[in-house]
Design a protein around this ligand. Sequence first.
Ligand code: ADP
Ligand code: MG
Length: 241
Amino acid sequence: MKQEHAVIRMDVLGRKAWLKVYVEDERRFKLGVLDLAARVLGVRALRPPPHWGGARACATEHKRLQELAACGARVPEVLGVGPNALLIGDIGTTLKSRLHETDAAGQARLIALAVQALAQVHARGGHIGQPYARNLTVTDEGGIGFLDLEEDPRDNMTLEQAQVRDWLVFAAGTSRYFEHPEVEFAALLRPVLQAAPEPVRTELVRSVRRLRIVERIASRLGERARRIGGALASLRIALDA
Ligand SMILES: Nc1ncnc2c1ncn2[C@@H]1O[C@H](COP(=O)(O)OP(=O)(O)O)[C@@H](O)[C@H]1O
Ligand SMILES: [Mg+2]
């Protein structure tokens, strides 16, 4: 397996921290189900952002950490900067591991917190990029934190598209925690998506419509695609006025 970069947990002066080392990487695109759909169906919000390794990825993550902190989002504090490494503070346990430790009610409560946190970042003019449960954290105080910011979707799309992307990516990663995502997850998303600014809502409706074919055939394409189908159905229902 090609080593892309290393993320190492450390103790710095008695405090938990993480060293993230960015290795040069020739890979430009990761082609997943959503990326493929983005190309075939022309969903702009899902175009993969340019993927850099080394110093450029490091600089992107450093810049994004500062931008998001300025938006009031919980992101790691930058403790040290090298040409291709960042030393950052700890912001808690990943949402993914918290979701695996709790029951259905606990999962719904955590996901509701994450939905609110994402909406708040958006309301302040921010975007995340890869808001999968493994890249979100739950802090000791119960707040939601954001990690893994080495790619910036704003390199190849507008802010509205980047915010739409956040909802598509978040839903694709999180719908699996609901037994009936098109009921429970959609109910949780509805108030937030209905309150989103008009250009974002319009672009999200347009993207979900274009992805309808994926939603329809997803159940026949295996487990991962089936979850994406559930995510798209949840978004579509949540957006229905
Ligand atoms: N600041 C941090 N606080 C808590 N956990 C972290 C932090 N940084 C990294 N991690 C842990 O390391 C994992 C990988 O870090 P991430 O920035 O997502 O890099 P990658 O690009 O390898 O996914 C995260 O999923 C999380 O478990
Ligand atoms: Mg990650």
